[in-house]
Design a protein around this ligand. Structure first.
Ligand code: CU
Length: 151
């Protein structure tokens, strides 16, 4: 890890240069919508869904934390196969979807079983935009909003 400080310095320098050169055009403009947690039927796990709308530059969702669980993991689902991911890209002028049947959060070993009507405080950590705090309402186990409109 002797190289870490050097690499970090270069990164900060690069970021500073980008800001000077491009103004605020590259900054992500994030808005989290449609967040919910379906009430888990049983067990000590819960899933979470939401959509990140971005009207600015690209960003990355790097981690998620919540008082509900010390271990919140990020999962993708492709062809019915679930896989843990370290991060998710938030495209510039696009959206990152965490929807049923697709990407989802996993709250493992939950502190207490979430019940319909509860609100769960969740912090989404982004590489550029920093931390975005969202209150996830707990919905019925079968709740599934119709896919959000165009983007
Ligand atoms: Cu999963």
């Amino acid at each position: 890890m002797r190289r870490a400080p050097l690499a970090l310095g270069a990164l900060i320098l690069a970021a500073g240069f980008t800001l000077t050169a491009c103004g605020s055009d590259d900054e992500p403009e994030l808005k989290v919508e449609g967040a919910f947690i379906p009430e888990p039927a049983s067990g000590d796990m819960a899933a979470g869904f939401f959509v990140v709308h971005n009207s600015g530059g690209a960003d990355t969702l790097t981690s998620v934390s919540s008082p509900l669980s010390k271990q919140v993991t990020l999962h993708s689902t492709k062809g019915g196969v679930m896989k843990e991911q370290k991060s998710f890209a938030v495209p510039a002028d696009g959206a990152l979807d965490f929807e049923r049947g697709g990407n989802h959060l996993m709250f493992e070993n939950v502190a207490q079983k979430p019940k319909e009507g509860d609100k769960v405080s969740v912090e989404l950590h982004f590489a550029k935009a920093g931390t975005v705090k969202v209150a996830f309402p707990v919905k019925a186990a079968t709740y599934n909003p119709t896919s959000h409109a165009s983007h």
